[in-house]
Each structure stands twice: as structure tokens, then as C-alpha cells.
Write a protein that binds this ligand. Structure first.
Ligand SMILES: [Zn+2]
Length: 543
């Protein structure tokens, strides 16, 4: 399998402790994988691989430990779980900083994730990394870490930050708060003019790379971006607070294990809070109630913010053609900053010019305002991203990753072993969440162990009986099993077909209901207009 893939040269002294640890981990669990190339190391544990199947849509490839005055060639792959917490997808030690090494670690990681590339990937602003990522993930949208750029700008423009105290706020506003490309460009220009920075080389190069890091250029792609506030620039990294300038390679594994354990605990706590406490609803909207039962707590609060804000965001119909209506949505008394929402009533689909849903997976206040106007009372299914829901880890994965690596595929024993282990891991994770689930899980396991014992006995009796009666029977038994398996598969297929049909019908009902309500409203409007007219006619007759 993956261990010792690559050029197979023995690892140098520098990573020996880590390599020993990796060998030990793999001996304990074959689903733990690691790879060696010259002195470079890569590894990923089984939990990370399962997490990637659920949350592998957006990835942060972090190499800042190499550059931030930390003498540690540690690189990490992380993402965001359903609570928006950082989650680990793999690590490496890159002693050699060449493009070839970067390509090796990216390719090895991709292989460990069964070749499933993410939708988007965030990296440090570095030319070599940019090239390596483009080479290995040609279909993924790449962006530079905004926080890294803001930090570097502060270092490069120390004199400006010190002499012009308002610069930092103006600069951040220009990056974070501009909502259209035109607005950003004009804001950037006036920033340069105001602080006489037209000839600043650093800002020129950052402007040149603006498509790779300024949010306004990337809002059409999912990055799981949840915060829009200033503080969010300091992305909470998985290893922040565990690995710093004082961490040696010898101490790395201890710190690594600490971080893994702590984040696991934090996820369990967030799961527990979501499942066992009820959020306070702020509106009588059925959509809010639906969202409270659907999303994890943190994501529900994000959604709730948007929903409550719709009160201040009236929508105005601009144009209607067929099923598609164009709306203008602006904050009360801030009409100059309007967003455009197109709404298709047949497909129950809305698009907003702010592209918040595309960028973060949470529906924006502007679309919600249009939904209210159109009497869409519950969230249409296409606006519920499973990865943000409380069932993110039990529902369908972002990508179903086969648990084994390509080289294992031929050995059915390894495949069976890995599949069972992966299923069991899910069981353990879920089962530990509360005493209630734990008891259910324990009961189910005991039941399962009885079934396994029965299967074992049956197999023994059958083979034994076969050898006594008729050697050919084993084949027939196999066929019987096959037929049973096939009928199971057919049943499963039927169930998923019916489920899909039910979903479809539900969606159609939703559309009809919304349309009916819209017709009723129109009639009410007409009635009102008519009665006003009648009133006017009466008045004019009196005159
Ligand atoms: Zn919007």
C-alpha cells in the first residue's frame, strides 16, 4: 500500500522519530497510511479519511509552519466540519521545499483520498505552491489565504500602518466589504490615491493577484466561508496553540496527538449541544423551526441571523417573464446598495447577486426576503447543504470514498477488513455521543455479534454437510446467496427510486402551494385596486 511508496530511500535522521511513530500506527491499524519520499513524509489516519468523505468539498493546504519563523517543515491538509470547526485531512513533513516535493505530497494525499479532488483549495500565497496545486488539482478552484496576505501587508507596509492609523481599517474595508468588482476596483484606486501608494510594489503585486484572494472575485465557488467579520481573518487552524516556534520534530507527534484529541472532544461537545439543547426561535416562521431541527447549532445561528435580517430588507418586483421574476432587495433606507434576486417559481430556485449561498452554503437575507414575498414557507431542498446539517456524518457523503487504497484493491481480505473497520469506526463515533445512543449502539453490537456467530456456525455446518453429501452443493449454496444478495440490491434500488419520487412530489407540492398563494395574493391585490377604483368612481359621480 502507500507506505514506502515513492523513491524508497531511507528517511534521514531528522524525521526518524516521526517515521517510527508512523510505522507503529500502521502496524496497529492497516487503514492508517503513510508514505516516504527521500526525507519527506506524509501520513493520514483513518478518521481523517472518513471525515474527508463528508467534508472534503473545501480544503486548506497549510504550509505556514515552514515560513512563519517556525523551524518546522510541517504541512497540513485541513477542512471544516459540520460545526465549522477545523478538521484534519492529513499531514506531512517536507524537508525539501522544491516544487517536486510539493507535487509529491499533494499527489500522495489525493491518492489517500481515493483520487477525489476538492471543489476548492486555499493555500499560502506562494508561486511554487500555486503551480503545484494547479498541476495536481486542475479542476479545483484555488485561492490564497487572505489572512496570510493581510498579515504580510502589515509587515511590508509597517511605515504606513504606523503613520496613518486609519489605513488598516480602510484597507480591510476595501477587501472585505466591497460587493462588486467595480466597487472593489474603485475602492482600491482611491485607497492608493489617499495614502500615496501608487508606486508601492507590494500592493501592485497583490493587486495583480487579486483574482486569487479578494473575496469579490471568488464568491461563485464554495469555500465554506462562514464569517464576514474582521476577526474571521484569523482562521482557526487545527494546530494553532499546539505547534509553535518552540516545537521540535521530536515533540511534534505529542502535540499532533493532543490537537487531534482536543478537536475530537470539541466536535463531540458541539454534537452534544446540537442534539440536546433547543435554540431560541426569534420568528414565527416555519422555515426557522425547520432550520433549527436541520442544521447544527452554529449553522442554525448563522441562518437565523439572515432570516431575522429580512425584516429590514424589503423586496421590490422589477420584472416578470414567465416563471422568472426579478427582484431588487435593499436594506430599509439604504436603497443605493441593492442586490438583485432572480426567482424561478417552477424550480423554486433563486439566485442573488451577493452569492452568499454559493460561497458559504447558507442562504442570504435577500433570497429569504423574496421567499417571504412569494410565500415560500419552508427551505427548498436545494438550499440545504448536507455538510452543514446535524446529519452530515450519517447522511450521504460529499464523495463516497472507497476505504482501501488502489494497491490494496486485489486483496479481498484487506478490502473486507477495511470496510468493516470503517463501518465500525462510524459506530464508535456515533455511539459515544450520549448514553442513550451508547445503549442503542451496545444493544445493536450484541445483536450483531449473535448474527456473526450464527453465520459462522452456518458456514461450518454447510461446508461440513456438503463434504458429506455432495461436493457440488457448495456452488448451489453460493448461487442461493447470490440470488438473495441480488434481491436485496433490487429492494434497495426500489427504495431509493421511491424516495427520489417522494422528494420530487414534495418539491412539486411546494411549488404548487407557493404558486397558489401567489395567485391568491394577486387576487387580493386586484380586489383592493378594484374597490379603490369603485370608490373613486363613486366620489366622481357625487361631484
Ligand atoms: Zn444575497
Amino acid at each position: 500500500m502507500m507506505s514506502n511508496s515513492g523513491t524508497n530511500r531511507p528517511c534521514g535522521d531528522r524525521g526518524d522519530d516521526v517515521l517510527d511513530y508512523l510505522k507503529r500506527m500502521q502496524a496497529e491499524n492497516p487503514a492508517f497510511c503513510y508514505a516516504v519520499q527521500d526525507e519527506n513524509l506524509f501520513w493520514v489516519d483513518p478518521v481523517s479519511r472518513i471525515n474527508y468523505t463528508h467534508f472534503g468539498d473545501t480544503v486548506r493546504f497549510d504550509t505556514t509552519f515552514r515560513s512563519q519563523h517556525v523551524d518546522l517543515p510541517f504541512v497540513t491538509f485541513t477542512g471544516l466540519n459540520h460545526h465549522g470547526q477545523p478538521v484534519l485531512f492529513g499531514c506531512g513533513l517536507l524537508f525539501d521545499e522544491s516544487e517536486a516535493s510539493l507535487i509529491w505530497v499533494l499527489q500522495t494525499w489525493l491518492q489517500a483520498m481515493s483520487g477525489q479532488a476538492p471543489i476548492s483549495i486555499t493555500t499560502d500565497p506562494d508561486r511554487l505552491i500555486q503551480l503545484a496545486v494547479a498541476h495536481v488539482f486542475p479542476g479545483s478552484r484555488q485561492r490564497f489565504c487572505k489572512w496570510c496576505i493581510l498579515k504580510e501587508t502589515q509587515e511590508k507596509l509597517t511605515h504606513i500602518y504606523q503613520t496613518h492609523l486609519s489605513f488598516e481599517a480602510d484597507f480591510r474595508k476595501c477587501i472585505n466589504n466591497t460587493e462588486t468588482i467595480e466597487e472593489f476596483e474603485s475602492c482600491w484606486q482611491s485607497l492608493l490615491d489617499r495614502y500615496y501608494l501608487m508606486d508601492n510594489e507590494w500592493l501592485q503585486s497583490m493587486y495583480g493577484a487579486r483574482h486569487q484572494w479578494v473575496p469579490v472575485y471568488m464568491r461563485d465557488t464554495f469555500f465554506g466561508e462562514l464569517c464576514t467579520s474582521e476577526s474571521s481573518d484569523a482562521i482557526s487552524s487545527f494546530f494553532n496553540g499546539y505547534i509553535d516556534a518552540a516545537t521540535t520534530i521530536q515533540a511534534l507527534i505529542t502535540q499532533y496527538e493532543k490537537a487531534v484529541a482536543i478537536w475530537h472532544e470539541k466536535e463531540m461537545k458541539a454534537d452534544h449541544d446540537t442534539m440536546n439543547t433547543i435554540p431560541i426561535l426569534k420568528t414565527p416562521s416555519p422555515m426557522e423551526k425547520q432550520a433549527a431541527n436541520l442544521y447544527t447549532r452554529k449553522l442554525f445561528l448563522k441562518f437565523q441571523d439572515q432570516l431575522v435580517e429580512t425584516m429590514a430588507y424589503p423586496s421590490t418586483k422589477v420584472k416578470e417573464s414567465g416563471a422568472v421574476t426579478l427582484y431588487r432587495v435593499a436594506k430599509f433606507e439604504e436603497d443605493q446598495k441593492a442586490h438583485t434576486v432572480t426567482f424561478n417559481s417552477y424550480e423554486m430556485k433563486a439566485n442573488c447577486s451577493c452569492q452568499m449561498f454559493e460561497y458559504s452554503g447558507i442562504i442570504c437575507r435577500h433570497i429569504l426576503s423574496v421567499f417571504r414575498a412569494k410565500n415560500v414557507l419552508t427551505l427548498p431542498s436545494q438550499y440545504i447543504m448536507t455538510r452543514w446539517t446535524r446529519n452530515a456524518k450519517s447522511g450521504q457523503s460529499v464523495s463516497e470514498i472507497s476505504p482501501q487504497l488502489p494497491t490494496d484493491a486485489e486483496d479481498p481480505l484487506v478490502v473486507r477488513c477495511n470496510n468493516l473497520r470503517q463501518e465500525a469506526m462510524k459506530f464508535v463515533e456515533e455511539g459515544a455521543k450520549s448514553i442513550h445512543i451508547y445503549n442503542a449502539a451496545m444493544d445493536a453490537l450484541q445483536e450483531a455479534s449473535k448474527k456473526v456467530a450464527t453465520a459462522k456456525n452456518k458456514k461450518f455446518v454447510t461446508t461440513d454437510g456438503d463434504s458429506l453429501a455432495n461436493g457440488g452443493n457448495q456452488h448451489a449454496c453460493g448461487e442461493h446467496q447470490m440470488t438473495r444478495h441480488q434481491s436485496m440490491v433490487e429492494k434497495q434500488k426500489k427504495i431509493s427510486e421511491l424516495t427520489a419520487e417522494l422528494d420530487n412530489t414534495n418539491q412539486r407540492c411546494e411549488v404548487y402551494r407557493a404558486n397558489l398563494l401567489a395567485v391568491l395574493r394577486d387576487m387580493e391585490d386586484q380586489k383592493l385596486k378594484l374597490s379603490v377604483k369603485v370608490q373613486n368612481v363613486r366620489l366622481s359621480l357625487k361631484d
